[in-house]
Structure formats: C-alpha cells, structure tokens
Design a binder for this molecule. Structure first.
Ligand code: CP
Length: 332
C-alpha cells in the first residue's frame, strides 16, 4: 500500500504527474472521481489552509471528510508501544488507525514536533505509527515535512516560470518571535532539489542549517541532476540573481527544546526580513511563503503584495494538488 509521507521516496516523474493532474482539476474542479469515498483528517495542531482545502477538495470529488482533533473532540491517543496506559491517552494508535481504516478510504495526519528532543521528533513517530497500523493510505498534512505544500509550491512556480530546471531557488530563514517547525524549510529543499533547481539555503549562522537528512537529500538530488546546493550566510550573495525567494522561519536545531537560549541570538537577525531592497538583487525573482505569514516581520507588505508574490496562488494550489493526490492514491 502506498502512503504519502515524504516526497523523498517519490519520483520526480510521479510528482510531476500529480501536478499535471492538479492543473486539469484546476481547470475542471468538480469531478465525481471519489464518489462515496471518505477521508479522516486528524489534526493534532491548528490549520486554516490544510483543513479547508482537504475538506472542500474531497467534497468536490464526490466524497466526504471527517475532521478529528485528538484530545479535543476525540480521545487523546497513545503512541508508545508496550506501555501501561495510566496517563492521559484513552486509546492506542494500534486501535485508532485500524478502526478508522474500517470507516475511511484515506487517513491524513497533521502532527508537529513536540519541541523537546529533536532526536525523537525527527523519527516522525505519530504519522509513521498511523502508516504502520492503518490498512488504508496515509497522507502527511505536515509533520517534520510538508509534502502537500511542496506540490502546491512547485505547481505555482511552473505556472509562472514554465520549467524550473536550472533556476536559482533561495530558501531564506527569516526572523519570527517563536521557534517554528522546520517542516516547510525541509520541504522547500526537497522539492526544489528534486525538480532540478540550483538551491541556496540562506540562514544567519551554521546553527540554522537544517537536519542532515534533508541536507543530504538535497545534495543527492541536486548532484544527480548536475545542479548545486549552496549554504550561505551572506544575504547579498544569496539573493544575487535569484529566480525564487522562498521564506520561512525555523528554530535552530542545536537549541531544540532550549529555545530561551537561542532567543538572544535570534533577536539579532531581524534584518533577514524579505524586503524590496533585497528583492532588487534578484533576477526579477518570485517570492513565496507557505502561509500563515507575519507581515513586516518575515516579509514587508511591499513584497508580499507585489505582482511577484505567489503566496495566494501557492495556497490555492493546495486544493488542486491534494485532490490529485487523493485521486492518485485511490485510483492507481
Ligand atoms: N500552509 C499551511 O499548511 O497552512 P495551515 O497551517 O493553515 O494549514
């Protein structure tokens, strides 16, 4: 059975087929491809785009979604194996995943890191437990990567640029008052490198470089296609000639779980904001961000509202790519 947990183990060809189908669905949104099919959307964290686009997406294909929030409207779930369940969780993922598999044709999960110990969070245990015990395909709605966002971004880039091969993609860290998940940043590296872009990771210091798993994937994918992966701490050099600037904030992994120690250093990097002065160094570059986005903290109003901003197109494309993905998982 096929799950969609990370794009790292999906080929560029199949990912491109999903994007191509998403374009067909964008042109013709109402198709009864998934008539009477159902999806469980399990949210351990909040969402605006993901929740609404999956719910509306399956409806537009003739199916139905049920939204569950463990610990709120549904029971808290235990993920440790072999434990005596005498704490909060009322049921185990072994039952939850198998029961939902009897009701639903797909299960989708959003489970952010716990932000205590990265060596634990990087195992992606929640969604991998669902994938292990479910008997239907499982979709990642953002854990330590955000593969649906990747597809939406690549679709938006191709809509504006045509082929992205050989274009310069800059993933820039930006300031944010809180230490955020690295998922979208990891995903930016994965999709840009898989699709043959020259990738630059711009971040304030080596402490902000992403997990070696995603750096290694990006190195492997770029070199397989004769492209480059560059780590830069120099804003002018990184922006120079960029075709795409993709902004995201994340917490420095060496301080994971001890972010009060990162805070003083982080406060010195507010100048990583994406602004018109930096964008002027680019090759008339496109700007995007996964949203939600704090205006005038991560990016100025001028840039996010500019004609080169893709943020709304990328967000819209979440609907189309997820419909293509659900359709693919249930019909191929
Ligand atoms: N980009 C994204 O996943 O948005 P939400 O957190 O609102 O779902």
């Amino acid at each position: 059975m096929k799950h969609f947990l990370t794009t790292a183990d999906w080929s560029r060809e199949v990912l491109q087929q999903l994007i191509d189908d998403a374009r067909a669905l964008k042109a013709s949104p109402l198709q009864a491809r998934l008539k009477n099919k159902t999806i469980a959307l399990i949210f351990f964290n909040p969402s605006l785009r993901t929740r609404s686009s999956f719910d509306i997406g399956i409806y537009q294909l003739g199916g139905h979604a049920v939204v569950l929030e463990p610990g709120k409207g549904s029971w808290p779930i235990e993920f440790e194996m072999g434990v005596t369940m005498d704490a909060d969780p009322e049921e185990h993922v072994r039952e939850a995943a198998r029961v939902l598999s009897r009701y639903c044709d797909l299960i989708a999960v959003r489970a952010f890191p716990k932000f205590v110990d990265w060596s634990v969070d990087r195992q992606d245990r929640v969604i991998r437990s669902f994938a292990e015990h479910a008997t239907v395909p499982v979709i990642n709605m953002e854990t330590i990567t955000h593969p649906c966002q990747e597809l939406a971004l690549m679709m938006a880039l191709q809509e504006r640029m045509g082929s992205v091969d050989g274009k310069k993609f800059v993933l820039t860290w930006t300031y944010h008052p809180k230490p955020l998940n690295t998922a979208v940043a990891n995903s930016g590296l994965l999709i840009a490198s898989k699709f043959g872009m020259d990738v630059t990771l711009l971040c304030p210091t080596p402490e902000y470089v992403l997990d070696e798993r995603y750096m290694n994937h990006a190195r492997e994918f770029t070199s397989a296609q004769g492209r480059s992966l560059t780590i830069s701490h120099n804003i002018e050099e990184a922006y120079s000639g960029a075709d795409v600037v993709y902004a995201k904030s994340w917490g420095a992994l060496p301080y994971f779980g001890r972010f009060e120690e990162e805070q003083p250093g982080r406060d010195a990097y507010k100048h990583f904001i994406v602004d018109a002065q930096k964008m002027a160094l680019t090759n008339n570059g496109l700007f995007s961000h996964c949203l939600p986005c704090r205006r005038n903290v991560k990016v100025t109003d001028e840039v996010i509202d500019s004609p080169n901003s893709l943020v709304i197109e990328e967000a819209e494309n979440r609907l189309h790519v997820q419909k293509a993905l659900m359709s693919h998982l249930l019909t191929t």
